[in-house]
Design a binder for this molecule. Structure first.
Ligand SMILES: *[C@@H]1O[C@H](CO)[C@@H](O)[C@H](O)[C@H]1NC(C)=O
Ligand SMILES: *[C@@H]1O[C@H](CO)[C@@H](O)[C@H](O)[C@H]1NC(C)=O
Length: 372
């Protein structure tokens, strides 16, 4: 194509379409430029604080472990004078720093490496003035933690204030870290943004500006205004209001909800179906004395369904030759007598191993030489 024949100008884009395109581009750009989701960042900040806390804990442990140490004898007078005492020596610091992290703990080793000068500075110059290493290092210097009761990048007070976050009835999200949003996860008794309201199934026993105490309702209540089963607003499932307005146990067994081979057991607020005794066909409770009728193989004796010993009946039940009768619960078995075994339904004499003459020897002789 010659220089003259440049691309033909297309139809001029309509203004509406241009605006839309610009908007889409801007949106895309914004998505690309935005930091990763805030939750991921918050999680990292929380981790950083716990890493720092771990380092300080190990530092204090190291201090305790080296407290009794000394340079040991052998120091010349010159050394005594020139070297600082072990207590605040570099040797002691190095010993402590060496043990701050497990070798596999990447976050910890990273943090120590990055901020080693801070720790040194504190050790040599600041530890008298700022004895709380956690506060100085984690909160104020590298700013990965916040004071208790505060959260987030700027250490803002938790909901309900930093003194008693969530009014002492829950946990403040990000409490003590540079992460979280300060919102409350209330203990199960409490609800609401500030953990001052009572959850369903609890009622208020104390409530003022700063304190709230909620107590569990009676087991019969779903919701309530007080502690007894007369204070229910609604009864829990399995309970019904009686004529006095109290929630009482509903007897589900009155409607016979169980199967024929089961009996019903009513419990507080519920019921269960339990299997009848093996000696029963239908029953009203547990055991062979609660049968409606006895199962076959059982007879009623002293109000109980008892197993019949079929082997002791006047009429013999195992009639084949060389057969014995064995009584079982609810029935009996016929087995071959000792020294006899069953062969196609008759009891024949057991053949002893040595007398096995009739059977042919069919085992192939294996020489171990059958090469290919
Ligand atoms: C609220 O109740 C608590 C607990 O009984 C009490 O210590 C506190 O002083 C009370 N606060 C107010 C403002 O009445
Ligand atoms: C057999 O018979 C007797 C009745 O004499 C009974 O009490 C006993 O429990 C029975 N069952 C078994 C498995 O032995």
């Amino acid at each position: 194509m010659g220089p003259g024949s440049s691309a033909r100008p297309g139809p001029a884009p309509r203004p509406a379409r241009t605006a839309l395109a610009v908007l889409l581009c801007a949106a895309l750009l914004l998505l690309l430029l935005l930091p990763p989701p805030a939750r991921g960042a918050g999680e990292r900040r929380r981790l950083a604080c716990s890493t720092c806390r771990g380092i300080v804990d190990r530092f204090n442990q190291g201090l305790a472990d080296t407290a009794k140490k000394n340079f040991g004898g052998g120091n010349t007078a010159w050394e005594e004078k020139t070297l600082s005492k072990y207590e605040s020596s570099e040797i002691r610091l190095v010993e402590i720093i060496e043990n701050l992290c497990d070798s596999s703990n990447f976050e910890c080793n990273n943090m120590v490496e990055e901020h080693e000068e801070h720790i040194e500075k504190w050790w040599f110059k600041l530890k008298k003035k700022y004895p709380d290493l956690f506060k100085w290092f984690c909160i104020e210097t590298i700013e990965v933690c916040c004071p208790a009761g505060t959260y987030g990048p700027d250490c803002l007070a938790c909901r309900g204030g930093s003194e008693r976050p969530c009014h002492g009835n829950g946990h403040c999200d990000g409490d003590g870290t540079r992460g979280g949003d300060g919102s409350c996860s209330c203990n199960k008794e409490y609800t609401g943004e500030f953990c001052l309201d009572c959850s369903s199934g609890y009622f208020s026993t104390l409530r003022n500006e700063t304190h709230s105490v909620c107590t569990a309702c009676h087991t019969a209540c779903k919701t309530c205004t007080g502690s007894s089963n007369k204070d229910c607003q609604d009864c829990k499932e399995g309970w019904i209001k009686d004529e006095d307005g109290a929630c009482v146990d509903l007897d589900e067994c009155a409607t016979s909800p169980c199967k024929d081979h089961q009996y019903c057991l009513n419990t507080d607020g519920s019921f269960s179906c339990k299997g009848c005794d093996a000696s029963c066909v239908g029953c009203t409770g547990e055991g062979s004395d609660k049968c409606k009728t006895c199962a076959s193989g059982y007879v009623k004796e002293d109000e109980k369904c008892t197993d019949i010993d079929e082997c002791n009946l006047p009429e013999k039940v195992c009639m084949k030759e060389n057969q014995d009768c064995v009584n079982t619960s609810g029935s009996y078995k016929c087995v071959c007598s000792k020294g006899f075994e069953d062969k196609d339904g008759t009891c024949v004499q057991t053949v002893k191993p040595g007398e096995e003459v009739e059977s042919e020897k069919t085992e192939p002789s294996h020489t171990g030489h059958d090469d290919l």
